[in-house]
Ligand binder design. Structure first.
Ligand code: A2P
Length: 317
């Protein structure tokens, strides 16, 4: 399995299991099946509200001897209501307790958006905290502290554009090592990936399959269906594989890390097997010729809340 190497030599497997939208009641099986078929990378987040069940699956896998802690790469993310510098460690401690781990391999700031402590999802302007109240640089100091304490081996961000990354880079003593962003053929993120690479920041592609199971509130009937794209289907036929495997292979061929979500045993295996799909330079070029552009997770659930201090330009280029 291809992997991403951090500057200290630690490795992150290029294909990981996404757990967003895996409901309690199904994520235990998903994580267990994934480990059984060879996944060594699980992507989690506090806001997915399923970390306890992921933790049970990890514990049972360790107890059964399926895998050792040091053989599996676990990522999680700080939710927006724990951005104050002195709250970052509490957020991480809760995640570590839920996952039944004593360290994470990677901890990310989930969004460059800050919420009041008691708020999970904002409904009105008062639910937010502004950048003046909680500067991102302060949140980053909290992230640096948990890395220094060994609770997270690596630290990074998610949903950060170049401007927000620059703000962190200019003040940091520990640089962000990863940016997890939506990325697929309808949103290839060429400039942001170049920027990250030239600053030593790895990139993880989320929603690589177009997240067709995203919540109804984040979907419209006329949204495109990435898995049904004609170019992708044509390449799947050519390589005798599935469209999902072409999409995963596309990210792997760009030297990115990719975290397809599935809660289905066969598809979990199929997605890992995408590592052996070899796309030619011509195949990659035909994917880059796709002109359709679409962002499935558009952040309007933060930026379009009445009274929100955050704008789309705080998230996207
Ligand atoms: P399921 O969990 O039933 O397998 P993303 O990773 O972009 O968020 O996409 C996740 C969606 O893609 C889920 O609806 C998931 O359904 C579906 N999915 C995952 N793997 C495959 C696959 N190999 N083929 C088709 N759909 C898939």
């Amino acid at each position: 399995m291809k992997s991403y190497s951090f500057s200290n030599g630690d490795k992150m497997p290029a294909i990981g299991l996404g757990t967003w939208k895996s409901a309690p009641g199904e994520v235990y099986n998903a994580v267990t099946w994934a480990i059984e078929v060879g996944y060594r990378h699980i992507d989690c987040a506090a806001i997915y509200q399923n970390e306890k069940e992921v933790g049970n699956a990890l514990k049972d896998a360790f107890d059964k001897g399926l895998v050792k802690r040091e053989e599996i790469f676990v990522t999680s993310k700080l939710w927006n209501n724990s951005h104050r510098q002195d709250k970052v460690e509490n957020g991480l401690d809760q995640t570590l307790s839920d996952l039944q781990l004593d360290y994470l391999d990677l901890y990310l700031i989930h969004w460059p958006i800050s919420l009041q402590e008691e708020v999970m999802f904002p409904e009105k302007g008062d639910d937010f905290l502004t950048y003046d109240e909680v500067p991102l640089a302060d949140t980053w100091k909290g992230m640096e502290a948990v890395k220094k304490r060994g609770k997270a081996k690596h630290i990074g961000v998610s949903n950060f554009n170049q401007k927000k990354l620059r703000e962190i880079l200019s003040n940091a003593s520990e640089l962000p090592e990863m940016n997890q962003i939506e990325l697929h053929p309808y949103l290839p993120q060429l400039k942001l990936v170049d920027f990250c690479k030239s600053n030593g920041i790895g990139v993880t592609a989320y929603s690589p399959l177009g997240s067709s199971d995203r919540p109804k509130a984040r979907r419209r009937d006329d949204d495109p269906v990435l898995l049904e794209d004609e170019t992708i289907k044509g390449l799947a036929e050519k390589h005798q594989c599935s469209p999902a495997q072409v999409l995963i292979a596309y990210a792997v061929h760009r030297d990115l890390v990719v975290i397809p979500k599935s809660a289905n045993k066969d598809r979990i295996k199929q997605n890992l097997d995408a590592a052996s799909v070899k796309l030619s330079p011509e195949d990659m070029e035909s994917i880059h010729q796709i002109e359709h552009r679409f962002r499935f997770i558009d952040g309007t659930f933060f930026t379009e809340v009445p009274g929100s201090p955050y704008k789309a330009t705080d998230l996207w280029e």
